[in-house]
Design a protein around this ligand. Structure first.
Ligand code: HEM
Length: 178
């Protein structure tokens, strides 16, 4: 695994990303984030708050679909309650992530673990969009008695596992070879 990320980082170093990272380091906003002691920690705290909100909402929706929580409300009710937290939480995560990226561009831009995390994020967003569309359609069509098929339940838990993988990569970024 280490060799894979070493190789990936070595390749990333030969791309335009390194020059782009060096350019970011010359920008005024990078200096604001780096020279003020509150810069990076504030972005990290924002990131963790966004993760907490969006992941908790994802978990609550998956628990309801699996009939493990919140049985008093129908699935359409639960999903309309938690979906805004998932998507606005993700917007907040992306904004705080970009702040951390801008503060430490070299460490992140040519970091194999960071780009693996971004790939996992794109896959997770695409699966979540398809999943939420399918749940909303079938749950609304079938009414309050709707119960999820095992395929829908498994997909819900797959999304939860993908979130955990993204979080592990997020923490790993700081320890990856660059
Ligand atoms: C579902 C989405 C995401 C999750 C669950 C996630 C999770 C995490 C976690 C758990 C950390 C470690 C935080 C810490 O220990 O302080 C982290 C760090 C980080 N994340 Fe994310 N992240 C997500 C999306 C993003 C996005 C979209 C970006 C960039 C646009 C990003 C950029 C970063 C950066 C640069 C770090 C800092 C690494 C470091 O310097 O330690 N993340 N992320």
């Amino acid at each position: 695994m280490g060799d894979f990320f070493y190789g990936l980082t070595d390749w990333l170093r030969t791309t335009f990303l390194l020059d782009w990272a060096f350019w970011i380091e010359t920008t005024g906003f990078n200096q604001v984030l780096v020279t003020n002691f509150w810069g990076v920690p504030l972005a990290q705290v924002m990131h963790i708050i966004g993760i907490g909100a969006a992941f908790a909402a994802t978990l609550m929706l998956t628990l309801r679909i699996s009939n493990l929580a919140g049985g008093a409300r129908t699935v359409p009710e639960v999903s309309s309650r938690y979906m805004p937290w998932i998507w606005w939480g993700l917007v907040w995560i992306v904004v705080s992530g970009l702040l951390m990226l801008w503060a430490e561009p070299v460490r992140n831009m040519i970091n194999g673990v960071f780009w693996m995390k971004m790939l996992l994020l794109v896959v997770t967003v695409l699966i979540t969009l398809a999943f939420q569309g399918a749940v909303r359609k079938s749950a609304t069509a079938s009414g309050p008695a709707w119960t999820a098929s095992s395929g829908v339940k498994v997909t819900g838990w797959l999304i939860v596992i993908l979130w955990c993988l993204i979080m592990a990569h997020g923490r790993w970024i700081a320890y990856a070879p660059v």
